[in-house]
Design a protein around this ligand. Sequence first.
Ligand code: PTJ
Length: 264
Amino acid sequence: MTGEHHVSEEHPRAESIRIREQLTRQVETKVLALAGLIAHGRGEAFDYILGERTTLPAMRAITAASAALLLAEYPVLSVNGNVAALCPRELVELWEATGARLEVNLFHRLPGREEAIERVLKDAGAREVLGVGDAASASIDEVSSDRRRVDPRGILVADAVFVPLEDGDRTEGLVRMGKRVITIDLNPMSRTAQFATITIVDNVVRAMPLLIKEVERLKGSSRNELEALISGFSNREALSEALKLMKERLQSLSEKGVFIQPHG
Ligand code: PTJ
């Protein structure tokens, strides 16, 4: 059951419905965990409040994240079911732009899922995908879920790990191990958002292309310039600003008595 509706482009929520259909299809291929649909729904709710746009604080976080990926000696892009389903091509483009290795790392390590995600990434152009099957032979004591299983050539030795749509447990563990953790999470109150070194409060489908573009723009910068971009960034401030923007938007909508978004 794909739940495919071929919604008309004129539908006010066409893009949102198209993404939902894309995700539903990926449950059947095992790329997406069922819980991934619930996680997406939570993300959608925050995106609605945010106004479904990339904000200025998110753009500042994208700049700091680009600098961190370019500065890292050994960056790794951690891929779960939701990200593989939503933006496989962008993950491959980010690998090409930064040289960071791609590693599958799942909360729900069910039979066949790692291989299904590897296939999606390879179809999108990836040459190497770490963390599949027995390759995830190392274990991180700091993490208690299945996410503790990592590839000794990847996350275990990485100095910077990109973990879009993550759960708090592992983010905290990776930070405790001394790694720089970069995430994309629409919920500024999530444990991941709070624990990460750099949190981009934005939808992964909007943030990924911007992140790739920013990496390309900053590529010629010196190490000092990149370091300055990171030290000038405060995750705490960025999260406060995101929450403030949500609060202001809700306040303005409630004062106007307008509850329908222009496009929704
Ligand atoms: O594929 P697996 O097995 O590794 O599982 C992946 C999920 C996402 C199911 C798992 O990591 C999980 O349960 O995550 P959580 O704890 O639900 O956290 C996901 C976070 O991502 C939540 O804070 C959501 O608000 C946020 N989120 C959901 N969709 C998006 C998003 N953030 C950015 N862009 C989205 N499209």
